[in-house]
Ligand binder design. Structure first.
Ligand SMILES: [Zn+2]
Length: 332
């Protein structure tokens, strides 16, 4: 809040500084009484009136100063003056500023949503193969066709994935571009925008050798090639298509990433079970960044409990109960 003071003795600056440390309700009034003409003081409502910043060095008259009070202290404005007009003026300015701010936020939000839904203008190169369209900022090598074939082969193992659906995969060959599109997931290998556009964005990759370049700037290991990331992220889009936006928002992470991982690659389930029972770091997604634990849980439900993938996603079981059963399992 800003208060304009019309008159007061020269010693007002000293009073203002003292008032700065005065948390009593009189601080504001003291300053009003003593500050020189034209001074601008800012108050902030925090428990009681507390002066948060005082401009005490300005000597030039401020054009044109409102009469006395304005803003949130109108209930204390003296009757009969022109303070009411000033209050209305300031209120109007504030409302206009707020509208401009909201309009700017809205324009930026809509623009960003359009960018997520249609990022093609940022990607100059395109390759359509195996039911996928790859967009890239650099020329796409022919070896990428084999990578897409491997991803398609994984997707074809799923009873959830729609073989007729064409997926768009955007290869972000620079960190800033991936960060722009992945936001707070900028350190992930890839991201699927299930709610807007249903596009897949992947970070820098070595497309010639079927490798994704991780956040550590090193290629991912052979058991998680680029084709794995493509299939994994596309499965998130398929989950969203199957469940709808509301259903997908309720899908537990273990089921979402577990089933995406289950489709996208094979793991040694016996070793994973032993790792879960012994508390191996690989089995802790928060520490390893891997989904082996979730993968194992989904594999257990599908292969041991004969749960249909669609049922698993539409009616996910309680995580703790599955983990208890896995902990008691003698062997895979
Ligand atoms: Zn995932």
């Amino acid at each position: 809040m800003t208060l304009w003071v019309e008159d007061g003795p020269d010693s007002g600056s000293l009073v203002g500084m003292q008032a700065n440390h005065n948390r009593s309700g009189d601080a504001k009034d003291n300053l009003l009484e003593h500050l020189p003409k034209g001074e601008c003081v800012e108050f902030k409502r925090k428990k009681k009136w507390k002066i948060t910043r005082a401009s005490l060095t300005s000597t030039a008259p401020l054009p044109p100063p409102p009469r006395t009070y304005e803003g949130d202290v109108t209930d204390r404005a003296p009757a009969g003056g022109s303070g009411g007009a000033d209050v209305r003026h300031v209120t109007l300015v504030r409302r206009r500023s707020l509208r401009w701010l909201l309009a700017c936020v809205l324009v930026i939000g809509v623009g960003y949503a359009l960018l997520l839904a249609h990022p093609q203008p940022l990607f100059s190169y395109e390759l359509q193969h195996a039911g996928m369209v790859v967009h890239a900022t650099q020329p796409i090598p022919d070896e990428m066709r084999a990578t897409l074939d491997r991803a398609r082969a994984r997707l074809n193992t799923s009873t959830i994935a729609d073989p007729e659906r064409v997926h768009h995969v955007f290869m972000c060959q620079s960190r800033w571009l991936f960060a722009l599109l992945a936001r707070n997931h900028y350190q992930a290998g890839g991201i699927a925008n299930v709610y807007i556009g249903q596009n897949v964005f992947l970070r820098e990759s070595d497309m010639q050798h079927d490798r994704l370049i991780g956040a550590s700037a090193r290629p991912t290991p052979p058991d998680r090639p680029l084709s794995y990331f493509i299939a994994h992220e596309i499965m998130h889009v398929e989950h969203g298509r199957l469940l709808g936006a509301v259903g997908y928002s309720r899908l537990p992470k273990w089921a979402d990433d577990g089933h995406a991982d289950y489709v996208a690659r094979d793991i040694d389930l016996s070793r994973a079970l032993k790792g879960l029972q012994s508390g191996a770091p690989d089995l802790d997604p928060a520490r390893s960044g891997l989904y082996v634990r979730y993968h194992l849980m989904v594999a257990y439900l599908i292969e041991k409990k004969h749960v249909e993938p669609r049922d698993l996603l539409e009616h996910p079981r309680e995580r703790d109960a599955i983990e208890r059963e896995l902990a008691a399992l003698q062997a895979w």
